[in-house]
Design a protein around this ligand. Structure first.
Ligand SMILES: CCCCCCCC(=O)CC(=O)SCCNC(=O)CCNC(=O)[C@H](O)C(C)(C)COP(=O)(O)OP(=O)(O)OC[C@H]1O[C@@H](n2cnc3c(N)ncnc32)[C@H](O)[C@@H]1OP(=O)(O)O
Ligand SMILES: NC(=O)C1=CN([C@@H]2O[C@H](COP(=O)(O)OP(=O)(O)OC[C@H]3O[C@@H](n4cnc5c(N)ncnc54)[C@H](O)[C@@H]3O)[C@@H](O)[C@H]2O)C=CC1
Length: 719
């Protein structure tokens, strides 16, 4: 919808009205078309101002409409008519002008932005390109290099940057709409020829070809296999090399391909998934909109190792004052140095002073008495964590929230040590914690809704995407990782090499394959977990078969590698060889090849050729199967939660939507059939046995992922 008003005798004010972001739904496009026609026909109207209701210009096309048939006026002719009109149209940009919203502004003859407005063409993040002339008008307005960067990244920019680039004509701190009306009155008699962006010639840099090629290489590297960024580069090339009309045809053709692609569907699903996880709920019925978080002004972090350092940085960067506690002086100084260096680097980048006054370091747990919240990040050792939680409950004030960063230990056990189990939750960050966006907030049996709300809200304040999950070994992310890693290990036993498995996974779109990732995070992390779980180490009886544990197939290769002191990058070798301890460049290691051959011979295993499809099917489908189990158990609230965890925490390619969305895309029946096939071949691997939820979904005709929550709810209520 759009409201029309005739003001100041000669100006037509057209206001987009479609809360919350005035997206360009069919009704809004209809409203704009009608209002603009009316203004152009009315002889008393000399100029037009376009603005959005509630201080928001326009958030772009209505993404919800993409799933259905396109109705209402088409974008491109609507925008062309505005630009071609003989009366000046001024866009008054408050809040945001994104995607189709910015394209609407680009076809106006002038653009006035409020100083707090954000602008951008984020279509690429939805698997699309700006197909309402964005790829053709923006290069004409601001040149090729800046357009390429904005269109291929989808970055939102400030009004000030937009002014510098020449996207807007003026930035104001006042009401942009009022300023635009005054502006319109001043320009109403001026000629419009030079203001029609589509009529301008593109200024091409002399190194155009090199620039386009470099950008193409960069975008392919940034999102391996993603098709939208590639199309964006091609569309800008068309702007640089073809007349406007032909460029628009190229833009339209490529949009047609992208619009109907699985990648666009995946990315649009993911857009809403990210928003869905913020609307958490607990089995008790408590949820995001009926539970108030407590304010957190002062926090403590216990343990300044890999994780504690990043967590401290994130807290301080969010304006929370922190007491960081380490066990010994040497560890304290090492942690302190690292935290301060990161904070100073961050501040330098922003050109501000590092907020070091928010930081205190201590060797004494008694120094944290007054804090609102504690995050424990000591070694993954239950006995140590129990001892710390016991101390915490005696030194902290009665309402302090006690959180643990454990990767998968039982939150309820830790809660039971304290006198306040309702105030214990998991805050599971991902390494490096000051950079990774994901936070799993783990609710135990006794965690109060207020404790969950507080951790979720603190996560948001720290710039994280927080997902509420239930308590079980590994929670959601690491729980699903176990069968994935297990399959990768079995594949080595059966004849694959680490580089072969990694290559298949990296070609699929992961930033790193399972073995390269393991080398990066340290093989000892998993080794410690397996020892804690009694799968390896002195607790295993000598009579136990090395390839069997608790009646199931077990792959001991990773343990044997660790026993050789090969712990990954930090020791200069793991699954791969590095030029030095701490080296980053992974090279295939002949030692590993020999080791695998000897291992197979020792256990009477015959190596066979394993193709990429088998690697992907076994690794990905076993992970997905565990995702279904987490949904079935209520550990993950919905498929969106699983997908957001995997994209933000485990580098699952975003254009594949996340594992659960991917399962739907591949076809649930196919996932089920493959799991059944592999389970039949490996009956001693329980993680390959298809989950009940997967079976039921298939039996119900494989509903789309958006309907699974309702399905799971019904399934549970029938139990
Ligand atoms: C052949 C076909 C030819 C087609 C022609 C071309 C078509 C195009 O040109 C293509 C496009 O425009 S694609 C859309 C481009 N726009 C965007 O990507 C902006 C998306 N929105 C945002 O970034 C943030 O919501 C934003 C920054 C705007 C606001 O962030 P906040 O954090 O303040 O609020 P959110 O929680 O994100 O959002 C509030 C509610 O609004 C919903 N929403 C946001 N943008 C939407 C949009 N563009 N369409 C539909 N719904 C949208 C959002 O889902 C949320 O809803 P609830 O979760 O229900 O509250
Ligand atoms: N490294 C990773 O990728 C991730 C680790 N985690 C979890 O985070 C926790 C910490 O892991 P990392 O930082 O990797 O370990 P780390 O070994 O790098 O650091 C642990 C730190 O805790 C300190 N510490 C030990 N006892 C202490 C005590 N009584 N008081 C104060 N400090 C003490 C140690 O001196 C050490 O600096 C573990 O529970 C781990 O499972 C969670 C997510 C990812």
């Amino acid at each position: 919808m759009a409201r029309y008003a005739h003001i100041k005798d000669s100006v037509a004010l057209i206001t987009l009205t479609n809360p919350p972001v005035n997206a360009l739904s069919a009704a809004v496009r209809h409203g704009i078309t009608e209002s603009v026609t009316r203004a152009l026909r009315d002889p008393t109207v000399k100029a037009v101002v376009l603005c959005g209701e509630n201080g928001k210009f326009c958030g772009g096309a209505d993404i919800r409409e993409f799933a259905g048939p396109m109705t209402g006026p088409a974008f491109v002719p609507m925008l062309d008519d505005i630009e071609a009109g003989d009366k000046p149209v001024v866009a008054a940009i408050e809040g945001m002008a994104l995607g189709g919203g910015l394209e609407l502004a680009l076809c106006c003859h002038y653009r006035i932005a409020h100083s707090k407005a954000r602008l951008g063409l984020p279509e690429v993040t939805l698997g699309l390109l700006p197909a309402a002339g964005g790829t053709q008008r923006l290069p004409r307005l601001i040149g090729i290099p800046a357009s390429l960067e904005l269109i291929t990244t989808g970055r939102h920019i400030s009004a000030q940057e937009a002014l510098k680039l020449g996207i807007v004509d003026q930035v104001t701190d006042k009401n942009a709409c009022e300023v635009a009306v005054e502006f319109a009155q001043r320009v109403m008699d001026k000629p419009l020829e030079s203001r029609r962006v589509s009529q301008q010639t593109v200024q091409c840099p002399p190194d155009l070809e090199a620039l386009l090629e470099n950008t193409m290489v960069q975008v392919k590297k940034r999102a391996r296999g993603a098709i939208a960024p590639v199309a964006c580069v091609k569309a800008v090339r068309a702007a640089a090399t073809l007349p406007y009309k032909q460029g628009m045809e190229r833009e339209r053709d490529m949009m047609g391909t992208l619009f109907n692609s699985g990648q666009a569907r995946a990315l649009q699903y993911f857009f809403f998934a990210q928003r869905a996880v913020g609307k958490w709920s607990l089995p008790s019925g408590a949820c995001w909109n009926n539970t108030k978080p407590k304010p957190v002004h002062r926090a403590a972090v216990i343990g300044l190792g890999t994780m504690g350092r990043g967590i401290t940085v994130s807290l301080v960067a969010a304006g929370v004052s922190v007491v960081a506690v380490e066990v010994g002086e040497k560890q304290l100084q090492a942690g302190k140095q690292m935290v301060m260096a990161i904070l100073e680097r961050q501040a330098q980048k922003k050109g501000v002073a590092a907020p070091l006054d928010l930081l205190r370091f201590s060797n004494n747990l008694k120094d944290i008495g007054g804090v609102d919240l504690v995050i424990e990040a000591v070694f993954e050792d239950m006995a140590l964590k129990k001892q710390i939680f016991k101390e915490l409950s005696s030194v902290c004030k009665i309402d302090t929230l006690l959180c643990t960063n454990t990767s998968g230990l039982d939150i309820d056990v830790l809660a039971s040590i304290t006198g306040r189990p309702q105030q214990v939750v998991g805050m599971h960050f991902f390494a490096p914690a000051h950079m990774m966006k994901l936070l799993e907030v783990v609710h135990g049996r006794h965690s109060s809704p207020e404790a969950v709300a507080t951790a979720m809200s603190l996560g948001k304040k720290m710039g994280k995407v927080s997902v509420a999950v239930g308590n079980c070994p590994g929670f959601v992310g690491n729980r699903m990782l176990m069968p994935y890693v297990e399959q990768a290990n079995f594949l080595l036993e059966e004849g694959a090499t680490p580089e072969q498995v990694d290559q298949a996974l990296e070609e699929f779109g992961f930033a790193m394959g399972v073995f390269r990732m393991s080398d990066l995070s340290g093989l000892d992390v998993g080794w410690r977990v397996r020892k804690e779980a009694g799968l390896t180490g002195p607790s295993v009886a000598a009579t136990e078969s090395p390839r069997k544990r608790q009646g199931r197939r077990y792959g001991p290769i990773a343990d044997l590698i660790c026993e050789q002191g090969r712990l990954g990058q930090k020791t200069g070798c793991g699954w791969y060889l590095y030029d030095r301890p701490g080296g980053r460049e992974a090279k295939p290691d002949p030692w590993i090849r020999r080791f695998l051959e000897e291992y197979r011979t020792k256990h009477g295993l015959k190596a066979r050729a394993i193709d990429k499809q088998e690697i992907l099917d076994r690794c990905l489908f076993s992970l997905i199967n565990e995702g279904f189990r987490a949904l079935e158990d209520g550990i993950a609230a919905g498929p969106e939660d699983v997908d957001v965890i995997y994209v933000f925490g485990y580098s699952w390619p975003r254009h594949m939507g996340g594992p659960m969305f991917y399962a739907g895309m591949v076809g649930l029946a196919r996932v089920l059939e493959r799991l059944e096939h592999y389970h039949q071949a490996h009956p001693d691997v329980p993680s390959l046995q298809p989950s009940t939820l997967l079976r039921r979904l298939v039996a119900s005709g494989s509903p789309p992922v958006q309907q699974w929550r309702g399905f799971i709810k019904r399934m549970r209520s029938q139990l």
